[in-house]
Write a protein that binds this ligand. Structure first.
Ligand code: FMN
Length: 215
């Protein structure tokens, strides 16, 4: 059984982020409004998109985390709730879990909030590579097969993987635009991670993605 480091408090860029020792003390994080303008021109971001595997342990300021999550899969058309990444038949079946030193959260695109899931630092459980334990943010992309119940069974894995790819690429491009380091990861122990997150049997871990400042 893996042991997790105790929850810690973080002060990032002078901003009180969150401090909690127990699940019941974890609070929903109301993210500041994401930045929806600026950044590098798309073609420059494409030119600079790349995988990095060396991360500073420095945490991301909340406004940066907010815009990262919005870029990944936030709502960009409030009138329909549609998102920055497409999904097959608009099922929106990929949930983004956010593993921070303070604990594990679930990103809710509708409210643009982080909902508490676990008051444990499970970053080390999000992959087989050593940097995952100390990089500030590990996103875990989880497919909710309950939301795909009406899609043909033989298509469900394909849609889950494809839809995750769009989210991951959004993260890659955002990181290229902001000068952040990122790597999408399939090297992970899916059953162990599903257990750590306490997923239902009809939820599946697809990929994880580490984000932080370059070392
Ligand atoms: C589906 C998928 C899974 C990947 N899994 C890992 C991984 O577990 N660990 C890792 O270090 N890189 C992983 N990568 C990153 C690739 O190794 C990387 O994209 C590739 O070497 C090309 O480099 P680039 O992204 O800089 O173009 C993965 C990439 C994809 C698309």
């Amino acid at each position: 059984m893996r042991k997790y480091a105790p929850a810690a408090s973080i002060i990032s860029a002078g901003l009180f982020f969150i401090s909690s020792a127990f699940a019941e003390e974890m609070k929903t994080i109301v993210l500041p409004p994401p930045r929806m303008e600026g950044g590098k021109p798309l073609l420059q971001a494409l030119k600079e998109r790349k995988t990095d595997r060396e991360f500073s342990p420095e945490s991301l300021p909340l406004p940066m985390l907010s815009t990262l999550l919005w870029a990944a899969g936030g709502v960009n058309r409030p009138e329909t709730g549609k998102r920055t990444a497409p999904t097959a038949m608009d099922r929106r079946e990929i949930d983004i879990y956010v593993a921070l030193a303070e604990g594990l959260y679930l990103y809710d695109p509708g409210s643009h909030q982080l909902k508490p899931v676990l008051a444990q630092d499970i970053r080390a459980a999000t992959g087989g590579q050593p940097f995952v334990a100390s990089a500030p943010v590990n996103l875990v992309f989880v497919a909710d097969y309950a939301k795909m119940a009406r899609a043909p069974k033989e298509d469900q894995d394909f849609y889950a993987a494809t839809d995750t790819g769009y989210i991951s690429q959004n993260v890659y491009l955002f990181c290229a635009s902001e000068g952040l380091a990122t790597v999408v990861r399939g090297w992970l122990d899916r059953p162990a991670l599903a257990k750590a997150i306490k997923l239902r049997p009809d939820q599946k871990v697809i990929l994880a993605q580490t984000v932080g400042y370059p070392k």
